[in-house]
Design a protein around this ligand. Structure first.
Ligand SMILES: C[S@@+](CC[C@H](N)C(=O)[O-])C[C@H]1O[C@@H](n2cnc3c(N)ncnc32)[C@H](O)[C@@H]1O
Ligand SMILES: [Zn+2]
Length: 267
């Protein structure tokens, strides 16, 4: 069964060669990289959020495996909460690092989407078995009750849509920064660094089923990797110049990474 739906009329989409089409003849071309743009307004979020340069620097950083413990924990969790042939979805997949990691290790029907066409293009270029599309979390072009396990990393949360697409026994995993996450970086940036509060996002209509901690330590020994990590964090946008200067002088950096994986079910 196809689970993609037409963003204009809500009917199921069927694939015909290089086109997804609904009963009402609305059609969506499959780009040469293999993804499809399902934004109803046909306007992708390329102008908001991270630019291409930041996307590429994040891709290179992630591909070095620095966040592999998180990718593995997410994959293990998807494995626990879904079975062979089930649908798994990466919400706000970015350039597809975690989608590709899970798709390569699990026998599932994997999907990933993001608002940014730029990101989705990079994800689709990975040539995994996953299906990628451009869409907004506020109107996910998937039929109701179709996703067994969704995951959502470092992106805006939209509980009503997440709830709608999950099967009755489905789950959604999200990650929040743990207490000690990147403390080693914050010690350089701030005179008075603080620990994270581990506050869960508001998740109306969802109940927390499990909370798992993923901890590790990173050592970066190039300016390039230090910069790439810094750019991936919210601190990039509000660090005093004194802190920036201290970071620019560093040629190596060791820091804990600490994530809390939250697993939600439908209430
Ligand atoms: C910090 S990145 C995380 C990407 C990926 N999950 C990862 O961890 O590598 C946040 C992503 O959310 C996407 N995003 C922001 N608002 C969105 C929306 N309304 N709908 C879909 N994606 C959105 C951005 O384009 C960006 O790729
Ligand atoms: Zn239609």
């Amino acid at each position: 069964m196809e689970i993609l739906k037409c963003p204009v009329c809500g009917q199921a989409l069927e694939r015909e060669n290089r086109i997804w089409r609904c009963q009402n003849r609305h059609s969506y071309d499959i780009a040469k990289e293999g993804y499809v743009n399902l934004l109803s307004a046909r306007k992708s979020g390329d102008t908001i959020g991270d630019n291409r340069e930041m996307a590429l620097s994040r891709r290179d950083f992630l591909s070095k495996g620095y966040y592999q413990p998180l990718a593995q924990a997410v994959t293990d969790c998807l494995d626990t909460y879904s079975s062979e042939g089930d649908t798994v979805l990466d919400i706000c997949c970015g350039e597809g690092y975690y989608t590709a990691y899970a798709a390569a290790r699990l026998d599932r029907r994997c999907y990933g989407f993001d608002l940014s066409k730029q990101m989705v293009r990079l994800a689709a270029k990975r040539r995994t078995s996953a299906t990628f599309f451009v869409a907004n979390i506020a109107a996910i072009p998937l039929m109701d009750d179709t996703v067994k396990a969704a995951f959502h990393l470092f992106a805006p949360f939209h509980a009503p849509e997440f709830r709608r697409i999950l099967t009755d026994d489905g789950v959604i995993l999200t990650a929040i920064p743990g207490r000690d996450h990147l403390y080693g970086l914050k010690e350089i940036l701030y005179d008075r660094p603080y620990r994270n509060d581990e506050k869960a996002p508001p998740a109306e209509g969802l109940i927390m089923a499990e909370r798992l901690r993923v901890k590790g330590e990173l050592t970066l020994d190039s300016r390039e990797d230090i910069n790439a990590l810094f750019q991936m964090t919210p601190y990039y946008y509000h660090t005093p110049s004194k802190g920036m200067k201290r970071l620019e002088e560093r040629t190596s950096l060791t820091t804990p990474i600490d994530f809390v994986l939250l697993v939600y079910r439908k209430a």
